[in-house]
Design a protein around this ligand. Sequence first.
Ligand SMILES: [Zn+2]
Length: 440
Amino acid sequence: MSDRSESYWFENALVVTQDDGRRVFRGNVRIEAGRFTHVGPDAPRNGAVKIDATRYAIVPGFINTHGHVAMTPLRGIADDRDLAGFLETLFAVDAHRTEQDVEAGAALGILEMLMSGTTSFLDLYYAEDAVARAVARWGIRGFLGWAVLDPEFTTQTGVPLDNARRFISRWKNDPLVTPLVAPQGVYVCGKETWLGARALAEEAGTLCHYHLAETRKEVHDHEAKTGRRPATWLEEIGFLGPRQIAAHAVWLTGHEIELLGRHRLGIAHCACSNLKLASGGVSPVVELAHAGAVVGLGTDSAASNNSLSMLREMHVAGLVQKNQRWDASQLPAQRLLDMATREGARMLGREGDLGSIEPGKRADFSLVALDHPSVQPAGPETIVSHLAYSAWEESIDSVYVDGDLVISHRQLPKGGWREVRESATQAAIHLWSHRPSPPS
Ligand SMILES: [Zn+2]
């Protein structure tokens, strides 16, 4: 187990820096007190504990920009249904969740993410205190959005915005948890909730995260109700602004793409979830980025994806855009890796200390085993391509967050996997017992 008072010197690794020059080279990386202090062929050892990293690539931790980690025990519960059928099952089951279910589910999802190289995730859910406890326990970095919606739609006790405000003040000084506010979507949030969430985020100096334009039904229903499409409406009510991250953003007009770009919005592109739920369209991520938006990748929940692996997300996001546009040059491997790392950091306003391997940044990274078949032939000219298109989760050998070793040779350094599995199984038994019978 690493100890943050010690410094570590990784010798002769294949370093995938993701810095401005996207340098990849054989060299040394030194970490001290949770940060990278030296990166390069000449990084000095200076008495640090030496780790021979010849067999490994050092890769920045992935940043998963959208999900609902507590739903991991619901993996497989509503497969092969469209969004309406999926939501019917999810709402029925979700109403019965307990804090214990949330914490157990979050722990399971967090371990799946860590074991696939993710070191930060952005979450949207209720009872985020339970998720925050799992974050602290397992050592991932959590950007946790407390879901807010109109009081008539919620199962929360009390007013959701007040609950979000209290959640933010409870966790705002935590080293790994960044608390934020998360309006669920236009289908359950009216103008007052949206503007209240925006004001709360501003007042607390934090982010605002929400679902936007995921399906045609959402767009059509909102248009029928207000005369405006969701993104246009959010602009007209004065909601859109900086430090916001919208998940999905599939069904947009050219005008809306331009709007979201102008506000420099973060966009969490969830290709696998959209494909599995047959959202039909493909998020115009190339145009969004061109218009000025910052585009990252998100898995969405294990109930809709069904994996929380960012390796799969890069692969699928690349294939979808290439095929859709009849243009194999769209979203090249380097761009996909950028979306999974530095662009995610930028969306979260953390480009100064996350997303790349550079002196001064937080030491969030993976050691990728270069002798794994899925990353062969291994070398500086192939590693970025392999990470985007072929690497298996199993090639992620060890993971560090804030300089702490959280996965060591694919094991938990302090144990606990059995306990997590058993608690999550209990949560699954409880939640699945409330599943409505499928239509005959
Ligand atoms: Zn979602």
